[in-house]
Design a protein around this ligand. Sequence first.
Ligand SMILES: Cc1cc2nc3c(=O)[nH]c(=O)nc-3n(C[C@H](O)[C@H](O)[C@H](O)COP(=O)(O)OP(=O)(O)OC[C@H]3O[C@@H](n4cnc5c(N)ncnc54)[C@H](O)[C@@H]3O)c2cc1C
Length: 417
Amino acid sequence: MHRDLVIIGGGPAGLAAAIKAREEGIDDILVIERDIELGGILKQCIHNGFGLHIFGEQLTGPEYAQKFIDKLLELGIEYKCDTMVLNITDNKKVTAVNTKDGVIEIQAKAIILSMGCRERPRGALNIPGSRPAGIFTAGTAQRFVNMEGYKIGEKIVILGSGDIGLIMARRLTLEGSQVKMVLEIMPYSSGLKRNIMQCLDDFGIPLLLNHTVVKIHGKERVGGVTIAKVDANRKPIPETFRYVECDTLLLSVGLIPENELSKNAGIVLDKVTGGPRVNESMETSVEGIFACGNVVQVHDLVDNVTKESYLAGLGAAKYIKGTAGNGGREIETYGRNGVRYVVPQKIRLDDMGDEVNLFLRVDNIYKDVYLSVSDGGKTIYKVKKRIVAPGEMESVRLKKDSILNMENDKLFVELIR
Ligand SMILES: Cc1cc2nc3c(=O)[nH]c(=O)nc-3n(C[C@H](O)[C@H](O)[C@H](O)COP(=O)(O)OP(=O)(O)OC[C@H]3O[C@@H](n4cnc5c(N)ncnc54)[C@H](O)[C@@H]3O)c2cc1C
């Protein structure tokens, strides 16, 4: 089978990329989704807060996704659900499988990777103890509660204060469970401030910073956990060990981009984000393979996923039509002095539009700093930030004019006191 564009993953990233590519004149598009329906993670995010930037209104996750699914259907874009992509090659051959067609081989002109991310499980933490029932990742619990209609436990401890953990603390409380506490090993939460207020403070759920779980108790079912305060090196302090009775432990300890397919195709991954390194058009290191959404970097707001995915759809369309620029001068972006990473990692001046959005995350909480972009000498952009935190992705919009006259080909994004 041949296709102009194959999009892997039918979450918000894949849907937006497909719609943009079609609007840019690509007719022959196939979206492949391993789940039984389109929409990605948003189907299980039934709280509101989605779409404020893109639609100027508060939507739930399913409502946000549905707007894109409706558009996809209206544009007649082909998709296959319940179909898992097993492999891609650097010459853009896609191997997928489903129960109806069996193994499918597709030669694509371009590919967009939009497989999202996965949650870090218990095994990644090495918490001692037996293997009782009652240990869930927060996203799995979200699916069970919001989509399958189960109650997952009565007395719950949550480890990790990322947004998904915070949102599930509220959700489980509303479902009648007792959320005893949320533990966070770092001295700060990695969730959005508004989620700490609306999901913990409003329900009187304590957030214990500098704390972790050191042991899980129980044979058939979790009976409790031992928690501890950690020192500056994140090592548990024995004098602070405390037993907390609970029947459920929820892990919300980070997301990792789904990068197996990218690795198979020899795509260069970024050591910090874990996703493919991309340029201003969201093209990876393999020509004609683009990436967008959580597979590139973990986003806190789906609106940013959509914007990034429009770029990937546009880039792929130009590539297929042969109208992409010739690259021209290339500038690499780097984070330093408190900035952990910057996406995109490369900007090609001939291919960028009038401006480029740089997305970045910082490595700690900093107050009263300047977020600065420079070429190592000349400052191109500088903005005062009252507070920046690892849980909140920052972005910088740079005009093309401001980078045209840079002296070297490196762009440094950093925090200055
Ligand atoms: C548990 C969880 C809860 C979240 N809650 C929120 C929230 O409340 N608000 C918010 O703004 N953001 C939330 N996020 C972040 C959220 O992931 C993004 O906002 C958005 O859903 C990312 O879109 P995406 O399309 O990149 O990824 P996803 O929505 O994850 O979509 C990726 C899709 O790719 C499919 N896929 C993966 N591999 C393959 C393959 N090999 N073959 C075929 N299909 C494949 C998956 O089945 C999935 O449908 C949450 C993330 C997670 C993991």
